[in-house]
Structures are given as structure tokens and as C-alpha cells.
Design a protein around this ligand. Structure first.
Ligand SMILES: Cc1ncc(COP(=O)(O)O)c(C=O)c1O
Length: 417
């Protein structure tokens, strides 16, 4: 079939069977094409146009696209036992749980393996409630924890939450990074505080240096648990295996997903300290999932963690992130009317623009120039840069050149935004 026909038919199917507004948005952004193949840092559309992936599937592609070792592990698993019988022991799930215990901080030990980030957050919230016997969960404004009902109750953005209210009771939101508000809110009724150590969708917000450890102390004082949602920050993205490692904090429960699947399989997990797991030890069927812990996804995750360790991807993210951030800061200094701030850690970088309207323009310009980026879900003023951790300096240079050209154009039209 002719490529143009395939593109048109796909867009028509989006309009008719997926969502017409999505089809319109993609077209408006200059994205009237189909993703066709991907490898490493690069993605090609159906016409063979190449894009440098600087969005990384919102943090999924830390290892790049189709890392050969992950693909090989998944293919091997496919030929033996892809999904679990759920009756006999599942070796890949046991191996992955052991690995998670080894790489997570402190005495975090027991894992439940699910299928997505939101599912990991749901499980973490349930575990905090059942362990403490309390109902109150403190979250932060502009947080993003997913869109299933429980995770959405923790998510801190009205536009996503309001249409579904009332959500779960007991959720309270405080401003992120402000310890006084947290102190005034955590009490003896609090089951847990749930936090992204660096807010991703909120606009790549790095909290004050001592914030996470102070929250940890407040939780200890009141007997509340600390859940750190590392679905986006985890597994090397910020220059350490976990973002909490920057602050030497051990949470009670940590969530992982996105890059855990090695960019090949969907998977999510929550991992907790042993004494918190006790109720699930007495009732192991209290929290279950048919597809959770399936050997196919677990084999991808095991290999992904091995690659992150062998290829020292956390350290690479720290170095490449510093190089990238330095280049972006120079662009900011040259165009302060367009860019307000560059911030982040490792390869989790935000470009905060001076006006919301510049975001869409920049995205279209960069995509036309062959660089995939997007703004953060809760803050359209911030363009996120989250490329694979394997990105080379040469590719970073190509991206910063494209950004400079787009920002120059935006600067010339600044009054129009
Ligand atoms: C910190 C965080 N938690 C949870 C989620 C939800 O993950 P998923 O989309 O896999 O449900 C996301 C997704 O962006 C996230 O960034």
C-alpha cells in the first residue's frame, strides 16, 4: 500500500475510532505522519524522516529504543514462557524482585510487580493504608502520579482531577518544596506522604536540597510512611540510580515503571521495607494482578537493570546532563526574553519559557527540524528534555543547534505569543 494512503487511513481511524481531537492536535503540531521504526536515540517516520528522540517516551527510553540485549532477552523469553501460569513459581519475577531489592536504597526489599506507573502508585497507596491503618495521604500541588482513580487522587492538577470528583477521600495537597506547609499538614492520621523527589510533569521542579530529608524526618515523627514515586526519576535518569540517592533518603515505599521495561515492555513495581509488607505476608492475595510480574516484562526489566549497571548509565546521565544543561544555559543567557530558566538533574531537564504560547511553537519547530520534544503535562510553559541516557555529545550538539535556531525565531516574534 502507498505510504500516503497508510498515513491518511491511520489519521482517519484516529478521527473515527480513537479521538478526533487527538488527530487534530497531531496535525496542528505538524505531526501528520506515523512512527515507523526506532533504534537507539533515533526514530524514523513512515517516510524515513529521522528524529532525535529527546522526549524518550516521557522517560521510557533510558536505554534508547530496542536495546539489543533487552530485545534478545524478550525474544528468548517469548520462546519459553511469556506469561505466567500463576500456579508454579515464576523465576523471572523472583530474579527481578531480588534485583530491585539490591538497587533500591537502604532496606527496601519486597516488590510487587505490576504493569504501569499508575498501578504501582495504586499499590503503594493501598500498602500505606493497610500498614498504618490510617486514611490520610499527603501529596503535593502539581504532582503527577497517574490517572487511575487512586493515583489521580494523588495527582495535583485540577484540570485532570475536577471532572472526576469526588475522588478518593483523605487526600490533601500541599505546595511542593515548602517544608513549613508539609509540617503543618502531616499528623497522626497521616498514612503516607507521596512525593516525586523531582517533579516531572509539574515542570521539572527540583526541590530545595534538604527538602526530601526533612519530609523523611517529619514522617518519622508522626509515624507516617514516605512513598517516593520514582516512575520518571528512577533508574539513572537524574544521574543517580534513584533521585532520592542525591539526598541520602530511604523511603518506605518506592515506585518504578517507565524505563524499568528497558524501552521494550510495559511494567511497573512498588518496593517496600520488610516490616511494611507484613499484612501482605499474612494475606498474599490481598493485592494481585493477572498480568503483573509476567515473565516477558520481567525479563526485559532484569536486562534493563543489568545494562544500566554494566554501562554505568547513571554516571553517563550525570555527565551528559551537565554538558547539555551548560549548553542550554548559554542559550538562555542569550535569549532571556524567550527562556526564563533551565533546570533539572542529570538528563531530566526543563526549559521554562517566558510565555505559555511559545511551548507549542517550539515543539512544532523542533519536530520539523527532526528533534522530538514535548512540554510537561502539568505545566505547558516547560519543555522537557529527557533523551535516552546513551545520548552522545555529537547528538546533544545537534539538538542544541536546533533549539538555538527555534529560539531565535521565537525571539523575533516574541510579541505575538
Ligand atoms: C512520577 C509519575 N508517576 C506515575 C506516572 C504514571 O505512569 P503511567 O502513565 O505508566 O501510568 C507517571 C507518568 O508520567 C509519572 O511521571
Amino acid at each position: 500500500m502507498n505510504k500516503e494512503v497508510i498515513v491518511n487511513e491511520t489519521i482517519e481511524k484516529y478521527e473515527k475510532y480513537v479521538n478526533p481531537a487527538l488527530a487534530r492536535l497531531f496535525r496542528f503540531m505538524g505531526l501528520a505522519t506515523i512512527e515507523w521504526e526506532a533504534n537507539g536515540n533515533l526514530l524514523k517516520d513512515i517516510d524515513g524522516k529521522e528524529y532525535i528522540d529527546c522526549l524518550g517516551g516521557y522517560g521510557v527510553f533510558s536505554l534508547g529504543h530496542r536495546h539489543p540485549k533487552v530485545v534478545e532477552a524478550v525474544k528468548k523469553q517469548l520462546d519459553t514462557i511469556p506469561l505466567s501460569s500463576k500456579v508454579l513459581f515464576n523465576k523471572p519475577m523472583a530474579d527481578l524482585s531480588e534485583l530491585l531489592a539490591q538497587i533500591t536504597p537502604g532496606d527496601l526489599q519486597y516488590s510487587f510487580i505490576g504493569n504501569s506507573g499508575a498501578e504501582a502508585v495504586e499499590g503503594a497507596i493501598k500498602l500505606a493504608k493497610i500498614h498504618t491503618g490510617r486514611q490520610k495521604i499527603v501529596s503535593t500541588a502539581n504532582a503527577f502520579h497517574g490517572k487511575t482513580l487512586g493515583a489521580l487522587s494523588a495527582t495535583g492538577r485540577d484540570v485532570f482531577c475536577d471532572p472526576f470528583k469526588p475522588l478518593l477521600s483523605g487526600f490533601v495537597h500541599v505546595p511542593f518544596g515548602m517544608i513549613k506547609e508539609m509540617e503543618n499538614t502531616i499528623d497522626e492520621q497521616t498514612a503516607a506522604v507521596i512525593l516525586e523527589p523531582i517533579q516531572g510533569e509539574g515542570g521539572i521542579i527540583v526541590p530545595p536540597e534538604d527538602y526530601i530529608s526533612q519530609v523523611r524526618e517529619l514522617c518519622n515523627e508522626k509515624g507516617a510512611l514516605l512513598i517516593c514515586d520514582e516512575v520518571q526519576t528512577g533508574l539513572g535518569r537524574t544521574g543517580k540510580m534513584f533521585a532520592v540517592d542525591h539526598y541520602q533518603v530511604v523511603p518506605d515505599i518506592i515506585t518504578t515503571a517507565k524505563s524499568l521495561g528497558g524501552g521494550v515492555m510495559p511494567i511497573g513495581a512498588f518496593t517496600a521495607r520488610p516490616h511494611i509488607w507484613e499484612k501482605y505476608v499474612t494475606s498474599p492475595f490481598l493485592h494481585t494482578s493477572t498480568f503483573g510480574g509476567n515473565p516477558l516484562a520481567c525479563s526485559a526489566a532484569i536486562t534493563a537493570i543489568q545494562v544500566i549497571l554494566e554501562e554505568n548509565l547513571s554516571e553517563r546521565a550525570a555527565q551528559s546532563g551537565a554538558y547539555f544543561m551548560n549548553a542550554l544555559q548559554k542559550i538562555q543567557a542569550a535569549f532571556p526574553e524567550v527562556i526564563r530558566e533551565i533546570r533539572g538533574k542529570g538528563l531530566m531537564i526543563g526549559i521554562e519559557l517566558t510565555k505559555e504560547g511559545i511551548g507549542g511553537f517550539l515543539m512544532s519547530e523542533l519536530i520539523a527540524a527532526g528533534v522530538l520534544v514535548a512540554y510537561t503535562l502539568n505545566n505547558p510553559k516547560v519543555i522537557r528534555i529527557e533523551p535516552p541516557l546513551i545520548i552522545s555529545k555529537e547528538l546533544i550538539d545537534r539538538v542544541t543547534q536546533a533549539i538555538t535556531a527555534a529560539i531565535e525565531k521565537a525571539n523575533d516574534m516574541i510579541e505575538d505569543f
